[in-house]
Ligand binder design. Structure first.
Ligand SMILES: Cc1cc2nc3c(=O)[nH]c(=O)nc-3n(C[C@H](O)[C@H](O)[C@H](O)COP(=O)(O)OP(=O)(O)OC[C@H]3O[C@@H](n4cnc5c(N)ncnc54)[C@H](O)[C@@H]3O)c2cc1C
Length: 383
């Protein structure tokens, strides 16, 4: 590659969920059709490395690749269990392999979009443009859209509590049809908490196939076998003994109010988890990527500084309070979420997590939570 061709109108660093989704949206918008776009990733992804779930009210952009969907959810708290409809919401599941395939099918045909398999080591803001350094090359652009977390600064800082949503999942196939496929188990807190917030997350997508994910909202990761032993004993308890494990997944998503977007500059924007798009109180990210990439398209078309994209809202502060509580009293997660699901409709909870509630609805939510616990956290934050 000669030096002249190393300048691009846009460089997308990281071709995972957020990088590919912004590339997809750019490829479908005429404004970008004559713009040169480079996507960099250490690997061109096609395998099924993640299962993404999210809820949405209406039809969505990813409906043609849904693996399964549920209109009911199950929540098992510290004292009671419930199965309830979430309509008009639908809980949707997609396999990342189908997502990558769909996106590459569209962007792979665009002449203005190039992909290069390279290891990115650094990105830097210069006076009026950004630079991407890979192990082989140096690229320049006025718009760098980056989804790689280069530092662990968010873990080292003390200002905001940092937990992780960490989990190991087994995709289980049984001989007999033992699963009911109409309800996804959001959280089953009936498992030993061991001083943490621990729950089982279950997605039955066929009568003989389901994903069982042993999940924690806590500071420290566990030994791999602790997660897998917990899944095995859970299955045994449910009398599910004749099964094979057809796939596995594992993850750790940051849960923090750390302002990742403070790294944004005039010519560089951080997106996806690296941009703080993972919801701090839950780790859910996919829906945020869906929403924010649409907004980012509008912002890119304004041709203003990338620094002004991200805005902090009151939900950022609500998440901070919950994380303050879970960080100090990690064992109280089961009680906090149980109370939430006992007192409030799931639709209101989902709307709140989508950051779409009104202030009046939020007052209703807070008045139904553990007032003392939340007031203490509020006072400590404010003073
Ligand atoms: C197993 C798993 C399951 C999840 N399930 C859900 C879910 O159900 N719902 C939900 O909302 N969220 C979920 N998440 C959280 C979130 O949606 C995903 O992590 C999502 O992939 C985040 O997108 P991203 O673009 O920020 O990061 P990624 O998708 O990880 O993309 C980053 C890309 O950068 C590339 N890269 C990294 N370092 C370099 C380097 N040095 N040089 C070149 N390329 C590099 C990687 O190869 C990768 O392709 C899950 C996360 C995991 C790990």
């Amino acid at each position: 590659m000669n030096s002249a061709s190393k300048n691009f109108d846009y460089i997308i660093v990281g071709g995972g969920a957020s990088g590919l989704m912004i590339a997809y949206r750019m490829s479908r918008d005429a404004y970008f059709h004559n713009k040169s776009i480079l996507i960099l990733d250490q690997v061109k992804k096609s395998n099924n490395d993640k299962t993404w779930c999210f809820w949405e009210k209406k039809k969505g952009d990813w409906d043609d690749i849904l693996n399964h969907f549920w209109k009911d959810i199950i929540f098992k708290g510290d004292s009671e269990a419930m199965q309830t409809s979430i309509e008009p919401y639908v809980y949707k599941m997609i396999k990342s392999s189908d997502f990558y395939k769909k996106i590459w099918k569209t962007i792979g045909t665009k002449k203005n979009i190039q992909f290069s398999e390279e290891n990115v080591v650094e990105i830097q803001q210069e006076q009026s443009f950004g630079v991407v350094y890979t192990t082989q090359n140096e690229y320049h652009s006025k718009k760098i859209i980056n989804s790689i977390l280069f530092t662990d600064a968010y873990q080292k800082q003390q200002k905001y509590p940092t937990l992780q949503q960490h989990f190991v999942g087994y995709f289980v196939r049984t001989k007999e049809p033992v699963f009911t496929t109409n309800a996804a188990t959001f959280m089953d807190f009936t498992i030993p908490q061991k001083g943490n917030t621990r729950f089982m997350y279950i997605l039955p997508y066929a009568e003989n196939e389901a994903l069982f994910e042993y999940t924690l909202f806590s500071k420290e990761l566990l030994d791999y076998t602790t997660y897998t032993d917990a899944i095995k004993s859970y299955l045994k308890e449910k009398n599910i003994t004749d099964y094979e494990i057809v796939e596995k997944e594992q993850g750790a998503i940051p849960m923090t109010s750390y302002k990742f977007w403070n790294s944004n500059s005039d010519n560089i924007i951080y997106i996806g988890t690296a941009g703080g798009w993972s919801k701090a109180s839950t780790g859910f990210t996919f829906k945020n990527i869906d929403k924010k990439t649409r907004l980012l398209i509008h912002h890119l078309k304004k041709e203003t500084s990338l620094k002004s994209f991200q805005k902090t809202n009151r939900f950022w502060f609500y998440d901070l309070l919950l994380l303050d509580i879970l960080s100090k009293h990690n064992e109280k997660g089961a009680a906090v979420f149980s109370r939430m699901f006992k007192k409030l409709s799931p639709q209101l909870i989902l709307k709140f997590l989508d950051e779409e509630t009104t202030f009046t609805e939020e007052l209703k939510i807070f008045s139904n939570m553990q007032i003392r616990l939340f007031s203490k956290a509020l006072i400590k934050r404010l003073f």
